[in-house]
Design a protein around this ligand. Structure first.
Ligand code: BG6
Length: 506
């Protein structure tokens, strides 16, 4: 199985995958429409799909192949970043799309699926290579994997890979159970656990930035770094996902996966090689080095919040408790802020502040490394009233890029200093917008490169930390309210103020 280097993107994306069949469970859902179908279309239009391949949708609803094709065509038309849709490209893709109606829990559908896969292997030369993608509610993951195993579909004569969406479990125990259930039919190198943040160009660029440049790594440690802030702010609310979100909350939905992945890439040691195991080994070490929460610390190192009615981007919005699918007096958090410490030689004593929230004033994701002040300032206090310490801000989205803030002398006869910026933006440097995360992830499943997917020990280490906080918060711990369109509860500001620091303005 090839294990490609994520940083040698061009080389990777120019390789064409083996022949294969992609089977999508939950083919009628939002994820298939919004992410998968447009990503397939983008890959097809860049000629990155093999000649011999097929897509099979599997879902409960009765539908003909043609109706499924039309359904996906509509989704591509609506959600593709490449518009207008080129008829010739779509036609080539559509000819390879099929559909099987079936219940996830009973064997008949899997039987019909097996027959179709055998026929397609024969007619289309797909060589028994199968990629099963679980875009269903999580409660079906282990059932589907078990049924695939029983029906003999995980042994197609070629390779078999299973792609699992998040959430992967809802705490450490359930994540372990799910891993054990998947292991009954598959091995670790066949399982691809998605964290779509890892498919983002700007997230992969954290490693490029750190390890392909000689000048940053020497200062990337406790001697020079004062603290790190990782922020993922969303202006959206819970939209139509109220009932899912009720079970999740910000900690499970965002921190356990996306924010901890950003933290790992920012804090990890250089891997011995850029391959799947070496990169993931280093990430796991970071997660294991983080102090878990004790019940006492949950109050002093973490804050949870819930939005109330307010205004976002000029529109009035309802509070979380009024969202469809949300229980009247729900204690679910829509905002979380955490202070973490990584107990190792590089980071001992350096706080990592993490925050994420829905219904914030705008969408902005950033990793900011705040450096210590110069040890001795030559310039008088009056010359430096506006001087901030150096900050390196990696903008994940939007306005993708990197900004370094440093002091400069204001032109003129007197000595006055001000903080200025040096920046890099993807748009201006490369003249193109980064591709969608799913395009990269889809290509990596096809190529068998698991570098950008979370390994069993990684997912369990992340849950160990998050579960320690969930348990410490306990049942009765109500979230602090914050008005929609503000930057979270006052208590989250206090978390940093106690350390004589403040959240960055995004
Ligand atoms: C998903 C969460 O994993 O990530 C959503 O379930 C969240 O609640 C989304 O909105 C954010 O992703 P992005 O790519 O828009 O930052």
């Amino acid at each position: 199985m090839s294990q490609e280097n994520p940083l040698r993107g061009e080389e990777t994306t120019q390789r064409r995958p083996d022949p294969f069949i992609l089977v999508i469970f939950g083919a009628g859902g939002d994820l298939t429409h919004r992410k998968l179908a447009p990503a397939l279309y983008s890959l097809a239009s860049q000629n990155l799909l093999p000649e011999e391949f097929a897509v099979v949708g599997f879902s409960r609803r009765e539908m003909s192949d043609d109706n499924f094709r039309r359904d996906l065509a509509g989704a591509v038309g609506r959600f593709s970043r490449l518009s207008p849709v080129r008829a010739q490209v779509w036609q080539r893709l559509a000819e390879r799309i099929f559909y099987v109606a079936g219940d996830f829990t009973t064997s008949d559908g899997y039987h019909r699926l097996g027959e179709l896969l055998t026929r397609l292997d024969r007619e289309r030369g797909t060589g028994g290579n199968r990629l099963f993608y679980l875009a269903t509610p999580p409660s079906f993951y282990s059932t589907i994997a078990g049924r695939l195993g029983e029906a003999g579909l995980t042994r197609g004569g070629g390779w078999t890979r299973l792609v699992v969406e998040k959430p992967f479990g809802k705490d450490l125990t359930t994540a372990r159970e799910l891993n054990a259930q998947l292991y009954q039919v598959l091995q670790e190198n066949q399982i691809y656990r998605i964290d779509h943040y890892l498919g983002k160009e700007t997230v992969q660029n954290i490693l490029a930035f750190r390890f392909a440049n000689g000048i940053f790594e020497p200062v990337w440690n406790r001697r020079y770094v004062d603290h790190v802030q990782i922020s993922v702010a969303e202006s959206l609310g819970v939209e139509r996902r109220g009932s899912y979100y009720e079970e999740a909350g910000a900690l499970r939905d965002m921190v356990q996966n996306h924010l901890l992945q950003l933290l790992c890439l920012t804090a990890m040691e250089p891997p011995v090689a850029f391959d799947a195991d070496a990169v993931r080994d280093e990430k796991v070490k970071v997660l294991r080095a983080i102090h878990p929460f004790t019940p006492k610390e949950a109050g002093s190192r973490a804050v949870r919040g819930q939005y109330t009615a307010g205004w976002v981007l000029g529109e009035p919005v309802v509070g979380y408790l009024r969202e469809p699918g949300v229980v009247g007096d729900s204690p679910t958090e829509t905002y979380a802020a955490l202070k973490l410490f990584i107990d190792n030689w590089r980071w001992a004593g350096v706080p990592f502040y993490l925050r994420t929230g829905k219904r914030m004033p705008k969408r902005a994701t950033e990793v900011a490394i705040q450096f210590k002040r110069a040890p001795h300032l030559l310039f008088s206090q009056t010359a430096t009233p506006e001087l901030e310490p150096n900050v390196l801000s990696m903008r994940i989205q939007p306005d993708e890029g990197i900004v370094l803030r440093f002091a400069a002398k204001v032109p003129g006869p007197t000595v006055r200093l001000r903080t200025v910026s040096m920046d890099f933006f993807y748009g201006t440097s490369f003249g193109t917008e980064p591709p969608e995360a799913y395009e990269r992830l889809l290509l990596d499943w096809m190529l068998g490169d698991s570098t950008l997917f979370t390994r069993r020990d990684e997912v369990e280490a992340a849950w160990t930390l998050v579960t320690s906080l969930l348990e410490s918060w306990g049942e009765g711990n109500a979230p602090y309210p914050y008005e929609a369109g503000t930057w979270g509860p006052r208590e989250a500001d206090a978390l940093l103020e106690r350390d004589e620091r403040s959240w960055r303005r995004l």
